[in-house]
Ligand binder design. Structure first.
Ligand SMILES: [Zn+2]
Length: 473
């Protein structure tokens, strides 16, 4: 978890905050009062203690901030808190409402992989969500969030918002906004924004791997005229999403582990990026599985491969004990907790170690437990980490002493590549590997999502009306 407070939040290009700053800089007479920004790598739910601490600090800061004309909440929307049997983002927004009283408007920005609840619509005056995946528009989204809030402050009229929930459980990889059908659906949003009576339309793809009652896709529309108008456009949008549900398929290059590595061996493109999608730490998987590393080791024809970001605290401790430059025997697979313990014993040379990882940019890992080790195993270089990590930018390789340009193949624990890697790779192959973030959601066990849900129940039927909720009349 990384926390920034007060003025330290400004001028640092923080996720979404930078968009709020941009909108504020274009207006006169606005005083931004930055309070708190907290972020963490996804990887299971927060402990209740950490969440309660951040919530309590948020409330205390809001209460001592003096008279506020409005509040911007920049959340993700799929936060999970262990032991809180509730949509955590709703709980957080409720706490903000309680802290500032009933009259201060609150606008909410979300990642498109988030969710909302009927209760949220009783609290917020406007909702903006990202419109690109991989995410490239946090600036625009933060900008719109403050823009909507300023309008509400000026007119004194909160938006009338309608949200339609769709029982569609789609991993983000199947709703990439550069590919259909997400491309057209998201592409239509600016046209909907421009319709008479409409302020903003958004689509939440949701987060497919949370087995929770509120998981699914959502069409959200805000109107400055009436709930009926918002409901009308939201229903049309939701119907279009439902009609396209079978088109949400994996359209990027993908293959089984074996087939993907065979293709990689023949590939002449450099750098070639391979993602281990079943163990995607940015989708909440633990990152502990070494099956892809083991398969890489078995294929010397791959010649030169970096396998980065494996969660293995005991291997890190072993490397620390042995020291840089020594040759050690590692048993890969012993620390698997999210899959079978497939064991492989290898000789490895410890090439790097540190108790700390000091990254910069988005996806911060400044915290205890940042210890890592880098080892060479024949033609492979692997990095192991005491805690889950997402390798999402070229700079993240440099942090462990790995040249992000100098190698033939890089394996990362992601699904789709984040923008900085996507812009950097010559080719990307997504491996349909097993694990907690398996892209085939029909292979996962579900007990809490409302059924039927597509594609777990292929014949699921649905209509918008009973699944629509709105701001109070
Ligand atoms: Zn997202």
């Amino acid at each position: 978890m990384e926390i920034q407070r007060g003025d330290a939040m400004l001028g640092n290009k923080l996720w979404m905050v930078r968009g709020v700053e941009k909108r504020a800089s274009e207006a006169t007479g606005i005083e931004l009062v930055p309070l708190l920004w907290a972020t963490a790598l996804p990887g299971g739910g927060f402990t209740k203690e950490i969440y309660d601490e951040v919530k309590a600090e948020s409330v205390a800061l809001l209460r001592s901030a003096g008279k506020l004309d409005g509040v911007v909440v920049l959340n993700h929307g799929a936060m999970e808190v262990r032991g809180l049997d509730k949509h955590a983002d709703t709980d957080y927004v409720e706490a903000v409402r309680e802290a500032v009283g009933k009259d201060v408007p609150i606008s909410l920005a979300l990642d498109l992989h988030g969710h909302i609840s009927p209760r949220i619509l009783e609290i917020v005056c406007a909702i903006s969500a990202l419109r690109t995946a991989p995410h490239r528009d946090d600036l625009e989204t933060g900008y719109r969030t403050l823009d909507q809030l300023l309008t509400v402050i000026k007119t004194g009229k909160p938006q009338k918002i309608a949200a339609v929930r769709l029982p569609i459980i789609i991993p983000g990889e199947q709703a990439v906004t550069t590919n259909e059908p997400a491309k057209s659906l998201y592409g239509s949003l600016s046209d909907l924004d421009a319709l008479p009576g409409i302020v903003e339309a958004n689509i939440l793809v949701g987060f497919a791997w949370n087995d929770r009652p509120w998981v699914g896709m959502t069409a959200i529309v805000g109107s400055d005229v009436s709930i009926e108008r918002a409901r009308e456009v939201a229903t049309e949008l939701a119907d279009k999403i439902w009609a396209n549900r079978r088109e949400f398929v994996l359209s990027m290059e993908h293959a089984s582990v074996e087939e993907g590595l065979a293709r990689a061996a023949k590939s002449i493109e450099r750098p070639l990026f391979i993602s281990d999608s079943g163990d995607n730490t940015t989708a909440g998987a633990y990152g502990d599985l070494t099956d892809v590393l083991q398969a890489v080791i078995d294929r010397p024809e791959l010649e030169d491969v970096v396998v980065a970001g494996i969660t293995a605290p005991r291997i890190v401790a072993q490397c620390k004990g042995a020291g840089i430059g020594t040759t050690i025997t590692l048993t890969l697979g012993e620390e698997h907790v999210s899959g079978p313990k497939n064991l492989k014993t290898v000789e490895a040379i410890v090439e790097g170690f540190s108790d700390q990882l000091k990254p910069d940019g988005f996806q911060p890992y400044l915290r205890s437990g940042g210890a890592w080790a880098c080892v060479r195993i024949g033609h492979a270089i692997a990095t192991f980490h005491a805690d889950s990590i997402g390798i999402t930018t070229p700079a993240h390789f440099s942090m462990t002493g790995i040249d992000p340009k100098g190698h033939r193949i890089y394996v990362v624990k992601l699904g789709y590549l984040h923008p900085q890697l996507e812009d950097y790779r010559a080719r990307h192959i997504l491996l349909l590997s097993d694990g907690a973030s398996n892209l085939d959601v029909t292979k996962l066990s579900w007990s809490r999502i409302p059924r039927p849900a597509y594609p777990v129940d292929t014949d699921a039927s649905w209509t918008a009306e009973p699944n629509t909720f709105t701001t109070p009349a």
